[in-house]
Design a protein around this ligand. Structure first.
Ligand code: PLP
Length: 447
């Protein structure tokens, strides 16, 4: 009770209504094990969201903890500025570039996904400057995207309600997302995928291809609602980007490191990004670390013309965070995590979600690997929603917490992204709890 009072009085939570929080009180998480979190009130919840999409290996990974402790004892801090470096960052740069697609052989470390996207913008600008085309300074992102919370990353984001709270960068433009369920009308998903891709080409032509330097997108729109693109979307987008010589940035802060059943989302969709922004699961969320994997097309220019890049963070590639990442990648390798998602757990989750699709409150389910979405509707046929946007989602989120399950709601879409170490029996448990939550939310909405 004392901690709750202090929290309400002194702690400004991210993405939280400050006045609301004091009245509602906080849920304090005191302990976590495997795929479960425990609260101060003794509730044990199955974490269907891997924290914030980051604890892909769950909460019980002693080898990561030990690696951090060992590194802290040996070299608790040093930086990579100027000509300095240290063993964990060096080793991690090798391991990450080995995992990345063959045309990507360099990495710039950050502490978070947001800083990574700031870094991306700086790299894009620097690249085109050095190429003698500084006018290629426009960057295109997508509506309803989330790319982070710094001013630059939030400007890349396409959620309108966020843009109302600060002054966005003027050189960033937004195009349609391939959200067939809500926006596809009478089109087939394939037709709609091409239409969404065309909105990118239309924007490029409107701005002038000679002014557009990069396009940034997640392989699957994550926080925006797990918007899985129709099969036609990515091939068409890649062709457009090649045609107009525009850099492609794959924001893999959520989808990097096995979520789709491939190491990176670009591997899943067969796209060829010039840069990959990553964070979160690279350290299993145990330490803050992110980075930008930079392709040869860009580094060839950066390294041979101009050279200097006046950008970096005090903690870029921090030794303890780099040690956590190395230990995380080792667990992933030793336990065949990615392959297991592709061959076993992903198909199993999809099979179980197909049952959820039958629920009267559900209009569609979709999943790739271990990430899924459940669309809540009032009418399955017309896809009409309940009341105001987020009403059904809010009800289902609360019902889910009441049933000891963490699911996230984006408007009226319920999201699941459990740890990649979840067992089939725990997926059954997740589905059972989700079904109970759907029942309860449905009853509440009908009242
Ligand atoms: N990019 C994407 C796609 C994200 O989902 C997020 C965070 O959820 C970010 C960037 C920002 O990452 P961070 O919160 O580490 O700054």
């Amino acid at each position: 009770a004392e901690l709750k009072a202090i929290d309400g009085e002194h702690h400004l939570h991210p993405f939280t209504d400050f006045k609301d929080l004091k009245e509602r009180g906080t849920r304090i998480v005191t302990k976590a094990e495997n795929v479960y979190i425990y609260t101060d009130e003794g509730q044990k919840l199955l974490d269907g969201m891997s924290g914030l999409w980051c604890c892909n290996l769950g909460y019980s990974q002693p080898s990561i903890v030990e690696a951090v402790a060992k590194q802290m004892a040996e070299l608790p801090y040093y930086n990579n500025f100027f000509q300095c470096s240290h063993p964990p960052a060096i080793q991690l740069s090798k391991e990450l570039t080995d995992l990345a697609p063959a045309h990507i052989n360099n990495v710039f470390f950050t502490n978070s996904g947001s800083e990574g996207n700031d870094t991306v913008i700086r790299l894009v600008n620097r690249y085109w400057d050095l190429k003698g085309q500084p006018e290629k300074c426009n960057i295109i992102a997508r509506k309803n995207a989330y790319h982070g919370s710094t001013v630059a990353a939030a400007s890349l984001g396409g959620m309108g309600y966020m843009h109302k709270q600060f002054n966005t960068l003027g050189n960033i433009h937004h195009v349609d997302q391939p959200y067939w369920f809500d926006e596809g009308g009478n089109m087939t998903p394939e037709e709609f995928g091409l239409k969404a891709a065309k909105s990118l080409e239309d924007k490029i032509l409107e701005l002038g291809p000679e002014t557009v330097g990069a396009f940034i997108a997640e392989p699957i729109q994550g926080a925006g609602g797990v918007i899985i693109p129709p099969s036609t979307y990515w091939p068409a987008v890649q062709e457009i980007l090649n045609k107009y010589d525009i850099l492609f940035i794959s924001d893999e802060v959520i989808f990097g490191f096995g979520r789709t059943g491939k190491m990176f989302g670009c591997d899943y969709y067969g796209t060829k990004p010039d840069m990959i922004n990553f964070a979160k699961a690279v350290t299993n969320g145990y330490q803050p670390l992110g980075g930008v994997l930079v392709g040869d097309k860009v580094t060839d220019v950066l390294k041979t013309q101009g050279g200097d890049f006046n950008h970096g963070f005090t903690y870029s590639g921090h030794p303890a965070a780099a040690a956590a990442a190395l230990a995380t990648l080792k667990v992933m390798r030793d336990e065949n995590i990615v392959e297991n998602v592709e061959k076993e757990l992903g198909p199993y989750l999809a099979e179980k979600l197909a049952v959820v699709a039958e629920h009267p409150l559900v209009g569609e389910v979709r999943s790739v690997g271990l990430v899924g979405a459940i669309e809540l509707v009032k009418d399955k046929k017309t896809r009409a929603r309940w009341g105001s946007d987020g009403e059904a989602g809010g009800a289902c989120r609360q019902a889910s917490l009441n049933n000891d399950l963490v699911m996230r709601a984006t408007g009226d879409i319920m999201l699941v992204a459990p740890p990649l170490v979840i067992t089939k029996a725990q997926i059954d448990e997740l589905i059972q709890k989700a079904m109970k939550a759907l029942d309860e939310a449905h009853e509440q909405l009908k009242r």
